[in-house]
Design a protein around this ligand. Structure first.
Ligand SMILES: C[S@@+](CC[C@H](N)C(=O)[O-])C[C@H]1O[C@@H](n2cnc3c(N)ncnc32)[C@H](O)[C@@H]1O
Length: 400
């Protein structure tokens, strides 16, 4: 089996596992979320049951909401199965982490594809769109790493930009494929995104809020505007430099990825990182990759918190250097920590402007923005994230 066949086989297995996790959502959630609450209610004394007479009714509604979410995931799975042949040897059962990622997709879908979450999306839009309109001609090439389920691609595609998303989570990729390509009508489906969170509510009805999705029919909207595509894989692996980056769990040394990276060099007018820049275990690899893909004069726009995903992760990975010509491996370190290099926004701007030839155009900090947060503020105590926003222009003729 050659490199391409092996990669395809690995990818098919990973996709199959996610599809099965979608098909199992209802069964899993009824067992892990609903049944335990029924048991808890049954376990309390008759006197205490009288104190919460509405709880049985609440449980009935919770069960109905889970079943409705299950229908959504079943449709996503069925759509995905049209383009993948699930051979039995490829079926690996999802684990608890797969299932919890599936559950959390509901808030992602709410964030990106509901009318209720528009104020959340506009934290970036209200800053980015005026700048793009004034400074970046339509038909420019935009890259959105960590694009989630792809909504920003549609919004910017509507403005005539050619948008490429990049995403490494098959959970996200399969849902984006469904929402972008399955031809859904506006408000066709109902999901209950908040039922997996049992804390902070003022009223139970808020937790059980039905949300109609998608708020726009992406398929019919995109005709005649900018192009749209999503590249599956790790950002640094797909778009990073071919030299000077250590091999790690997010950067491989394969012919396929080397070609992808060579093609990516100086290919984009704009890179937009939205709730993304803090997701890696080495943010400097992200910065190098952004520089690598931008055309001279290109723009990097960032929005989001600096909530480093690996800051409390005690895991390790193997990293090493590779000579791109001989394939010789050097400086192998099997215990490179995942945590570390959690740069502040000042650090990032300093590196970008003093060492990577960027010029600062706009910068703001302390912007409060939710992430999949229930929109009825009165009913929920989740305050959102303190976000950083900046726009930088890359001008390689600057002296560093
Ligand atoms: C916090 S979410 C933000 C999603 C979307 N941009 C939004 O604002 O709703 C971060 C996204 O980045 C993706 N991601 C994390 N690390 C990645 C990597 N190395 N390459 C590509 N995508 C990555 C995750 O799967 C996830 O979808």
């Amino acid at each position: 089996m050659d490199e391409y066949e092996l990669t395809n086989q690995r990818e098919n297995k990973a996709i199959a596992r996610v599809i099965i996790s979608f098909l199992k959502y209802e069964e899993y959630t009824l067992k892990e979320i609903y049944s335990l609450r029924v048991k808890k209610w049954e376990s309390i004394s008759e006197r205490q049951k009288l104190l919460i007479p509405n709880y049985p009714k609440y449980l009935v509604s919770l069960k109905a909401a889970i079943q409705e979410n299950g229908k959504f995931f079943k449709s996503v799975a069925e759509y995905a199965m049209q383009s993948i042949n699930l051979a039995s040897e490829e079926i690996v059962q999802p684990n608890n982490l797969d299932m919890s990622k599936t559950c959390s997709l509901l808030t992602q879908v709410y964030r990106e594809w509901s009318a209720e979450a528009i104020s959340e999306r506009s934290c970036l839009h209200s800053r980015l769109v005026p700048f793009l309109k004034a400074e970046v001609p339509s038909e420019a090439d935009i890259l959105i790493p960590g694009c989630g389920t792809g909504r920003l691609l549609v919004d910017l595609g509507q403005m005539g930009y050619n948008c490429e998303g990049n995403e490494y989570s098959y959970h996200m990729l399969l849902v984006s494929q469904y929402l972008l390509n399955a031809g859904l009508n506006q408000n066709q489906t109902i999901v209950y995104p908040f039922i997996h969170c049992f804390s902070h509510w003022k009223r139970n009805e808020d937790q059980l809020s039905p949300i109609k999705i998608p708020d726009i029919a992406a398929c019919s909207l995109s005709k005649g505007k900018g192009s749209m595509s999503i590249c599956a894989g790790s950002f640094v692996d797909c778009y990073g430099r071919n030299q000077g980056t250590k091999i790690s769990s997010h950067y491989t040394f394969s012919r396929r990825m080397q070609l992808s990276r060579a093609k990516a060099e100086n290919s984009k007018d704009v890179v937009i990182t939205n709730f993304f820049i803090d997701t890696g275990s080495n943010i400097l690899d992200y910065l190098d990759t952004i520089v690598h893909v931008l055309k001279p004069g290109g723009i990097w726009c960032n929005f989001g918190p600096l909530l480093y995903h690996f800051e409390n992760d005690h895991g390790v990975e193997t990293t090493y250097e590779v000579n791109p010509y001989s394939g010789f491996q050097d400086k192998i370190n099997d215990y490179t920590p995942l945590m570390g290099i959690e740069l502040s926004s000042d650090d990032i701007i300093h590196i970008a402007t003093n060492h990577l030839n960027f010029t600062l155009i706009q910068r703001e900090s302390g912007i409060t923005c939710g992430y999949g947060r229930y929109a009825g503020l009165e009913s929920c105590a989740m305050p959102g994230y303190l976000c950083h926003f900046w726009i930088l222009r890359w001008n390689p003729t600057n002296e560093s």
